[in-house]
Write a new protein. Structure first.
Length: 113
């Protein structure tokens, strides 16, 4: 039993040692989108689509930058941009949640190309 545990520890150490580190790992980490944004974006998907491509009369925002989407959501939240539905939705999110949603939708389309 002790030998099996030692063998498993050695195997785990070799596995972790073979994972690339340094700049590559940092680049992957920076490129990864915070999963909280995707979770929050689920509520947007029923109208705007999972990647921002709406199939109905609801406006699409596929291809828009995270900065544009964040500004638009904050404008809805503050009332600077009018929409009966979006004003209500945006008011339900904190500025951090808005940033996460904008980051998700502003980058998800790049992963689909």
């Amino acid at each position: 039993m002790e030998e099996k545990i030692k063998l498993m520890l050695v195997a785990a150490a070799l596995l972790f040692a073979s994972v690339p580190g340094g700049a590559d790992a940092k680049e992957r980490e920076e490129a990864a989108v915070d999963p909280r944004g995707q979770i929050l974006a689920f509520s947007c998907a029923s109208c705007h689509g999972t990647d921002g491509k709406s199939v109905s009369i609801i406006p699409s925002f596929y291809g828009k930058s995270p900065e544009y989407l964040e500004m638009a959501l904050k404008d809805f939240k503050s009332g600077r941009r009018y929409s009966t539905v979006m004003m209500r939705h945006a008011k339900g999110y904190t500025d951090e949640e808005i940033r996460l949603i904008a980051e998700y939708y502003g980058t998800v389309w790049q992963n689909n190309n």
